[in-house]
Design a protein around this ligand. Structure first.
Ligand code: F6R
Length: 622
């Protein structure tokens, strides 16, 4: 939610990239975080200069085209997901601060006490030109700078007056060699170069330029010059133990690689994504989770698991519930993170909380996890983004290793999350002795087959794409599933809503006759995820009956069934096949046709698949 970049450095003149170009390059990588407006600020000889435009980054680039921008050493940039104030040029960042516009600032997050601060600053003669909460921070830092003359001290004095969540980056006319940044409950990382340094909301901001990064902790201030990075806390104590790491993602991972969209590319990376999540964690049939830094005795005492997550990550958690309860016999709840802490949940020292988040920055999930920790619960984070807040604050972190997910709609991270949940479930079963070693080995052997099966489904993409193109004018699509097919139905519907803007709903197939069947009329398309005929009890035949029930009422039945399941043929208008696997592993396969369907349908409608309206990749506000 909002992307922030900062750059300090003087590139050799044979490199045409000026600081403003480095900032624009970083913004292009971060645009998935928000695209309501974009802006940059540079320091020129006569002061701070800003350029900002409503809409996507292209508008800013067009506005800057042909403009003379100085080659000063410092630039900051921002791509916005609007919270306070409409997405207009005026509300775009950077904001100027001070009575002589001597400072520029960008902000990610929400400043909760902006109203009294704004009133105070206005009474002192500071002039506000936007409706944003962020402009308060610009004037505050500028005011403190006029008192202290040191940008770091000014930033510290300002952040100590702010309530809420923020990452701030500021540049000032009187400190032309530096960018000063601060973070509280909002992401910020430092990129380390040779004679140049970078700041970003995440590493994508600078991965084109360096793969060496530095974590910035909660409530810390960073002062970045071309040759130095100094980190201190909000009380002024310097942080000497800095956490440096090398980014594994390469630049190619942040490019489309011949696909029309990042989403299409990421869908087609899913066989590798599952393989990479499993990599190094299975050895001769035994499961190794070195990063599970929670004591085994604590894991043995767990009497309840609560998964907290949002959106797609919550759907991955719903799959986890079926697997963990089945393998470990531990009651498992899945709770939308934003609902969790407000209902006074029962959490004890014996509760294990699993926080699932691709970005590792989702504020709702972070707050839910902190609430659980305050009650004494241990938290395992399942995340994709290294150095992000959720895994850093968790008691243990399982990383997905699926590479950067750029498209706003989550796909490969979903498969990675489900795979990581399987690993966690099997690990708990191993530690607690719920399954025999040979049972775990057999399960893991089957799990290792999944990348091949995922590839088989991907190889059949053309058939699904043709179906999607033929349905581009659909007004509503329903999705039905049962058992682990239910989260798949929810996720399939979410994908279609968010990128194709089509009304879509996922239902538990058994719930149909309790109300939703009233929606079915002649020609209504309904995807049905059919469980394996070799699966539990009579689930398969019940779902086949559901297909008959909706077809009798005119539904167009689009059926996802495993290879060889011919029972569905008489009642299906379309059958999409997935390879055979264990029932609990099927969600890794059955979602793929639905992802391809949404992606292709949105493309056929001419929509921006990677940057759907009103959304942002990383939701860092509550
Ligand atoms: C949907 C989607 C969102 C995210 C949700 C949680 O395609 O991407 O629903 O899954 O906002 O995000 P993370 O996983 O970053 O916490």
């Amino acid at each position: 939610m909002c992307g922030i970049v900062g750059y300090v450095g003087q590139r050799p003149s044979n490199l045409s990239t000026r600081p403003v170009d480095v900032a624009l390059q970083g913004l292009a990588r971060l645009e998935y975080r928000g695209y309501d407006s974009a802006g940059v600020a540079v320091l020129e000889d006569d002061g701070v200069r800003i350029a900002k435009k409503e809409g996507k980054l292209k508008n800013l680039r067009d506005a800057l085209d042909g403009e003379e921008v100085s080659a000063s050493a410092v630039a900051i940039g921002h791509t916005r997901w609007a919270t306070h104030g409409a997405p207009t040029d005026g509300n775009a960042h950077p904001h100027l601060g001070g009575k002589d516009d001597e400072l520029a600032l960008v902000h990610n997050g929400i400043i909760e006490n902006f109203a009294p601060l704004r009133a105070e600053l206005e009474s002192e003669g500071f002039v506000f030109r936007s409706e944003t909460d962020s402009e308060v921070a610009a004037h505050l830092v500028a005011r403190e700078m006029s008192l202290t003359g040191d940008l770091t001290t000014a930033m510290r004095a300002a952040v100590n007056q702010l309530e809420g969540a923020f990452t701030l980056l500021a540049v000032h006319r009187l400190s032309p060699d530096r960018v000063v940044a601060a973070r509280r409950n909002s992401p910020l990382v430092v990129g380390l170069g040779e004679g140049e340094n970078f700041l970003g909301s995440d590493v994508a901001a600078f991965v084109d330029n360096t793969r060496e990064a530095l974590e910035v902790g909660q409530d810390q201030i960073v002062t970045v010059t071309a040759d130095d990075v100094v980190i201190s806390d909000f009380s002024g104590t310097e942080i000497t133990e800095q956490k440096r790491y090398t980014i594994e993602w390469d630049v190619a991972a942040a490019q489309k690689g011949g696909y029309d969209s990042f989403m299409a590319k990421e869908i087609h990376e899913q066989a590798t994504a599952v393989a990479d999540t499993l990599l190094g964690r299975i050895d001769s049939g035994a499961l190794h989770l070195d990063e599970m830094s929670i004591d085994e005795s604590v894991l043995r005492s767990v009497d309840k698991i609560v998964v907290v997550a949002c959106g797609t990550a919550a759907n991955a958690g719903s799959v986890a519930k079926y697997a963990i309860e089945h393998w470990c016999r531990i009651p498992t709840e899945v709770e939308l993170a934003h609902e969790f802490r407000y209902r006074d949940p029962v959490v004890t020292e014996k509760t294990l909380v699993v926080a699932i988040s691709q970005s590792g920055e989702t504020m709702d999930t972070l707050m839910a996890m902190r609430h659980a920790q305050e009650q004494g619960a241990k938290v395992v984070a399942i995340c994709n983004t290294h150095g992000s807040t959720i895994p850093r604050e968790a008691d243990a972190a399982l990383y997905l290793h699926v590479g950067p997910e750029i498209a706003v709609a989550s796909t490969k991270a979903y498969l990675g999350q489900i795979t990581a949940c399987y690993l966690l479930g099997l690990y708990l079963a191993q530690v607690r002795g719920n399954l025999f070693p040979d049972e775990i080995a057999a399960l893991m052997e089957d799990l290792e087959q999944l990348p091949t099966h995922v590839q088989t489904v991907l190889d059949g993409a053309a058939e699904v794409e043709e179906l999607a193109r033929s349905m581009k004018d659909a007004a509503s699509v329903l999705f039905l599933g049962r058992h682990v097919g239910y989260p798949t139905a929810m996720e399939g519907a979410l994908k279609l809503k968010e990128i194709a803007y089509i009304h879509a709903e996922g239902f538990a197939a058994g719930e149909l006759k309790h109300g939703p069947i009233a929606l079915v009329e002649e020609g209504q398309p309904v995807f049905v995820i059919v469980p394996s005929p070799r699966g539990r009890d009579s689930l398969h035949s019940k779902v086949v009956s559901n297909i008959q029930e909706i077809r009798a009422r005119g539904a167009r039945t689009l059926v996802i069934a495993e290879d060889g399941d011919d029972d569905v043929l008489p009642y299906s208008d379309v059958v999409l096949r997935v390879p055979r696997t264990r029932t609990l592993f099927a969600p890794l396969l059955t979602i793929i046709p639905l992802q391809i369907f949404s992606c292709e349908l949105a493309t056929a409608k001419g929509l921006d698949v990677d940057q759907p309206r009103n959304l942002a990749k990383s939701v860092t506000v509550e």
